[in-house]
Design a protein around this ligand. Structure first.
Ligand code: ZN
Length: 139
């Protein structure tokens, strides 16, 4: 997992700061078993992932398709990433965790980012659904 992730990308820093401002407290580098979400809110049993749209191939997102000259090797790599993301999500769900995904593209413009964080905050607080993402696009 560490191969494709640098731990302090701009979207991660922005999201952690925003959560902190809302009063959430968390340690960096927390784990849930072998899984390393970007933010772990243990009290709420919520794991937050901040996904780069390119690496995680955000469906329908223009940042995901900025490089049109994929080789087959990259296509396979992206497919592997997606499948691993799915496995991680189901595993967390089975263990009673709720999962939020903050997409990189929603952190770029401040107005959109504020909306995304508001949605995330509501998701954490209400506890109704088990999954939330900041930008849902139809495939
Ligand atoms: Zn995106």
């Amino acid at each position: 997992m560490s191969g494709i992730r640098s731990s302090n990308t701009k979207p991660e820093i922005l999201t952690r700061k925003a959560l902190h401002r809302l009063g959430y407290r968390f340690r960096l580098d927390s784990r849930v078993g072998k899984i390393k979400p970007d933010v772990v809110l243990r009290r709420h049993r919520v794991a937050v992932f901040i996904h780069g749209c390119y690496w995680h191939q955000h469906t329908g997102c223009k940042l995901a398709y900025s490089d049109r000259r994929y080789s087959d090797k990259w296509k396979k790599k992206f497919l592997d990433n997606k499948q691993r993301d799915q496995r991680v999500l189901s595993q967390l769900k089975e263990e009673g965790w709720r999962v939020a995904v903050v997409w990189e593209c929603t952190t770029r413009r401040n107005s959109e980012f504020q909306g995304a964080i508001k949605g995330l905050d509501e998701f954490i607080q209400t506890g109704v659904s088990w999954y939330f993402e900041t930008c849902y696009r139809e495939s």
